[in-house]
Design a protein around this ligand. Structure first.
Ligand code: HSE
Length: 412
């Protein structure tokens, strides 16, 4: 029998306990050992929980218990999770976490600590909820030179955008629905401002390209400024608006990494990903494009990935597992404003025909979009490829035109 502890009995932690109890027989068969939840750390009281006799409010009860071999961290947030995970690894316990904030900020350091102690630090649930992506990326695609990873990485914002697109629902109403369904983070601004997707693209890029990408290196824009009019323009163009995380290796070895709303053409494999679903597109030189799709948030899908890591760890208690990357470096991630993108631009003008003629002259190759139900007196276009600075210069030189919104256009 292998004893484990769970730190944090919130949505994911309670899901982990539930899955371990519900599927005990098959989990024992797959792990080759019975898994017993010996302790659960949480500051709250759960008098009606079937695990009520295992709760503790004192971390020392876990870290000082030599019988606990594996610790599951589902507390979320950087502190105290970071200190607790470090202490567990230093005390000889392998750690499984769903905490993307922790992995995105401290993954390199915690992987090195686990390696130094001949332990494992596993975090499949930190990206894509229940979707198997980190193991396949690291193992099954190991033969490839991966050159790009892009995806819909946040279930809450995909749910909100889907409701806006399909039902014309307001942003606020769709967000409150996502919160009721347990998809959103404790602080939903991490979802809607893009921080959650940013952490996930950092983890994917670190693993895919072998060097840590820190969240502060990634240009991050959320969906709070996206309006129903933008959604209508995307539709009129023949596409759909999604929040995308993207990391691409450049020829000089540096990285282009970004999180932002994007126009996707309808034939993009990511355009058909709706509701709380996530999808991650991996592009490799041997495989071509491969996409991973599934439920990216929610109690049991996320618990599914955590428990799979626990089973894997039980099977490899005395062996070191894969998963490693080097610390990050200043200058490794480029400023995306210097990259070359096509952009959807909405301009408010008194004479849209005059503005269109002026834009055509200064920036040839723009594609005009006409949509139903959008404010009168607007000019909307998709630009050719150019940098943000070049675009700003062109737009600033237009007489009588104010930028209403600017959204990048995907080329996948
Ligand atoms: N709030 C996150 C999401 C949960 O909506 O995707 C899973 O990381």
């Amino acid at each position: 029998m292998i004893k484990i502890a769970i730190m944090g009995y919130g949505t994911v932690g309670s899901g982990v306990a539930e899955v371990i109890q519900k599927n005990a027989a098959s989990i024992t068969r797959k792990a080759g050992e019975q898994i017993e939840i010996a302790r659960i750390l949480d500051l709250r009281d759960f008098p009606n929980s079937p695990f009520r006799d295992r709760f503790t409010k004192d971390f020392e009860d876990i870290v000082n218990d030599p019988d606990i071999r594996i610790v599951v961290e589902t507390m979320g947030g950087l502190r105290p999770a970071y200190d607790f995970v470090k202490s567990c690894l230093s005390a000889g316990k392998s750690v499984v976490t769903s905490n993307k904030e922790l992995v995105a900020a401290k993954g390199d350091e915690l992987l090195a600590l686990a390696k130094a102690n001949n332990l494992n630090f596993l975090f499949e649930a930190s990206v894509g909820g229940g979707i198997p992506i980190l193991r396949p990326l690291d193992q099954c695609l190991a033969a490839n030179e991966v050159y790009e990873v892009a995806g819909i990485l946040n279930g809450t914002t995909n749910f909100i955008l889907t409701k806006m697109i399909d039902e014309g629902m307001t942003f606020e109403y769709a967000l409150s629905l996502a919160q009721q369904l347990g998809y959103a983070e404790r602080d939903p601004s991490a979802d809607v401002e893009g921080a959650d997707a940013c952490r996930k693209i950092c983890i994917l890029a670190s693993l895919a390209f072998g060097r840590h990408v820190y969240p502060e290196q990634v240009l991050t824009e959320g969906i709070t400024r996206v309006t129903l009019d933008d959604v209508r323009y995307a539709e009129a163009w023949g596409g759909v608006l999604k929040l995308i995380g993207r990391a691409k290796r450049l020829e000089d070895g540096r990285l282009y990494a970004i999180v932002c709303p994007m126009f996707l053409p309808k034939n993009s494999p990511l355009a058909e990903v709706h509701d709380v679903f996530n999808a991650i597109l991996v592009r490799g030189d041997a495989i071509g494009d491969v996409m991973f799709y599934g439920r990216g948030a929610g109690k049991l899908p996320t618990a599914s990935a955590v428990v799979a890591d626990v089973i894997d760890e039980v099977k490899h208690l005395d062996a070191r597992k894969y998963l490693f990357w080097e610390p990050g470096e200043e200058g490794y991630v480029i400023d995306c404003r210097d990259g070359s993108d096509r952009t959807f631009v909405r301009l408010s003008c008194t004479d849209s025909e005059k503005a269109w003629a002026a834009l055509n002259f200064s920036l040839p190759g723009c594609e005009r979009i006409r949509a139903e139900g959008v404010p009168a007196g607007e000019l909307a276009v998709i630009t050719p490829y150019l940098s943000e600075q070049e675009l700003e210069n062109k737009l600033a030189a237009l007489p009588d035109a104010q930028v209403v919104s600017r959204i990048r256009v995907a080329d996948f």
